[in-house]
Design a protein around this ligand. Sequence first.
Ligand code: TRP
Ligand code: SF4
Length: 404
Amino acid sequence: MTSVESLRRVLSGMRPTGRLHLGHYHGVLQSWVKLQHEYECYFSIVDWHALTTEYDETASIRQHVRDMAIDWLAVGVSPSAATMFIQSQVPEHAELHLLLSMICPLSWLERVPTYKELQEKLSHKDLSTFGFLGYPLLQAADILIYRAGLVPVGSDQFAHVEFTREIARRFNHLYGGEVDFEDRAQTAIARLGKKTGKLYSSLRRAWQEQGDAEALETARALLMEQQSLTLGDRDRLFGYLEGSSRVLLPEPQTLTSHAPRMPGLDGQKMSKSHHNTIALRDSPAVIEEKIARMPTDPARVHRRDPGDPERCPVWQWHLIYSDDGCRQWVQEGCRSAGIGCLDCKRPLIESILHELVPIQERALDYEDNPELVRSILAEGAERAREAARETLVEVRHAMGLSYR
Ligand code: TRP
Ligand code: SF4
């Protein structure tokens, strides 16, 4: 596994909070389902992360993990395309977390924005724990243990991925250095052959001297094509593009989805804690009732009062679910009081049920077959461990812990 291949690897994680809702589906899961066919994907149910804040409420973790796994499978995360697993079943994450903790400055953890924010938000809990402070480092270990190049997450996680990059950089700086790095890099360039070597050097210069990001990409692609390079030389040349050490742990990038985010029933962010969700496994009757009770433009007190879709959370959903014809019908009908709010909600109820019925059918199959779910997760953990062990061998070695 070289840093070059890492660009094809995706890792993401989700805290097991129980049954998932439409916000998860439109925000994250749909993009995972696509990514799994384009990249080598690792999707983790991060139960240790749940413990960082819920260490005093562990009774529900087991069920939450199971529900999450079922929902992932039901929306189409495929165990033959992606590796899905429970974090604590891959103890290699913990070893890397420990090793990285040796080089992680305390101040870096203290200044991660979510640290203070969450402590304040969850002020009813005592979160002045070692585990909670180390949360972003555990997340960094989750990513770096697979040398994943891409991390699909929402904007609330950008700071954690940036933190991961800083840790990777520090690790590479401390342990990727070689006394004769420059010489070895030059030898590796010579091994590329005259033409390719020249091209590599000029692309490297364009990046280092002019900051030409396209040149950097081209150089990486060029390295990716070289079949004959040894693994060590690849890491070196990859590292030489940007600095003077081997890339032992590549710096990951975030992968943002451009899907519109699905607001909750009240127009705020859809979230369990806001009680404004439609769960993927809510029954049709419950879904219908929740939508029927959705608040609308407050100006529409009576059926004859005209309204403005811009002031209505129902309109936000039409932007996700409806075609142009339907949207025009809403715009005109709302502004002229030609339609009532319940009329306006009808096509949404139809679309959402249409979307969720097949998901619910698949979920039911998995609910009825817990042994299948268990074995999918066990196989996922086995596959993940294999990849994780490869990284650990090199990390241990780089840190002076090899006793072969
Ligand atoms: N911290 C993430 C969240 O709260 C969950 C998470 C843990 C994660 N490890 C990860 C996300 C690794 C992406 C990659 O949502
Ligand atoms: Fe909202 Fe539709 Fe009612 Fe207008 S008609 S206020 S868009 S629900």
